[in-house]
Design a binder for this molecule. Structure first.
Ligand code: PGA
Length: 253
């Protein structure tokens, strides 16, 4: 049903790097695009907020690389020390923002209601929200993965979500940064459940991209990206290596 969706590969750089590595990574990515592009997918890179302005300069006038933030506040402006608004991300040249990453849910106690509000703020500002969901190992071992992720999708989906402004990223918490990944069948089971929830909630739920994230590497990317209803990947560690990230992009069907 979603065969015709163009894959999306998003690199989540997390709290890594410097101005120098930001420049190096984007220079290398630009070279790959120039030498062997265009990529068979849309590409988004999400540097840490302090490096977004530089990343915007480095990707200016480069078609084929878009920018995203890693988080945004629910409010448009105001007394929220240390936070970043969705409008600020737009002003910097971002088209996307990740909301509800499990590291934010864990480190900052963000629940699905907060994630939903952040997604709504993102959409209102004109960004596409990449809404993250995923079960813990305990929840998977207890046979609750489908129920937990389904409930997270229901509670985190921003009001006003549609295929043009929302992406779901399924990231099992136990697969993030661990080198462990679910089997293709396990990924397919969850993605089918997410798709069913989207179809139940949105008129164009068949066209909302669903990304897989968690230890995606050049070695496993092709297999993961060929699972039904996997429309791309959210890549952490491997996105910090330009060669690995490009190879993952090239693995899109
Ligand atoms: P990983 O991270 O690829 O390093 O597992 C993915 C993510 O957290 O988005």
């Amino acid at each position: 049903m979603t065969e015709s969706l163009r894959p999306l590969i998003a690199g989540n750089w997390k709290m890594n790097g410097s101005r120098a590595t930001t420049r190096d990574l984007l220079t290398a990515l630009r070279a790959s695009l120039r030498d062997s592009g265009p990529a068979p997918c849309d590409i988004v890179v999400c540097p840490p907020a302090p490096h977004l302005a530089l990343a915007a300069m480095e990707t200016e006038a480069v078609s084929g690389i878009q920018l995203g933030g890693q988080d945004c506040h629910t409010a448009t402006s105001g007394a929220h020390t240390g936070d970043v608004s969705a409008a600020m991300l737009v002003d910097l040249g971002c088209a996307y923002v990740i909301v509800g990453h499990s590291e934010r849910r864990a480190d900052h106690g963000e629940d699905s209601a907060t994630v939903k509000a952040k997604g709504q703020a993102a959409i209102a500002a004109g960004l596409t929200a990449i809404v993250c969901v995923g079960e813990t190992l305990g929840e998977r071992d207890a046979g609750r993965a489908v129920d937990v992720v389904g409930a997270q999708v229901e509670a985190s989906l921003p009001g006003g979500a549609n295929a043009g402004n929302t992406v779901i990223a399924y990231e099992p918490v136990w697969a993030i940064g661990t080198g462990r990944t679910p089997t293709g069948a396990e990924i397919g089971e969850i993605h089918a459940c997410v798709r069913a929830r989207l179809l139940g909630r949105l008129e164009d739920g068949d066209r909302v991209p669903i990304l897989y994230g968690g230890s995606v590497k050049p070695e496993n990317a092709a297999a993961i990206l060929s699972v039904p209803d996997v429309n791309g990947a959210l890549v952490g560690g491997a996105s910090l290596d330009a060669g690995d990230f490009w190879s993952i992009c090239q693995s899109c069907p």
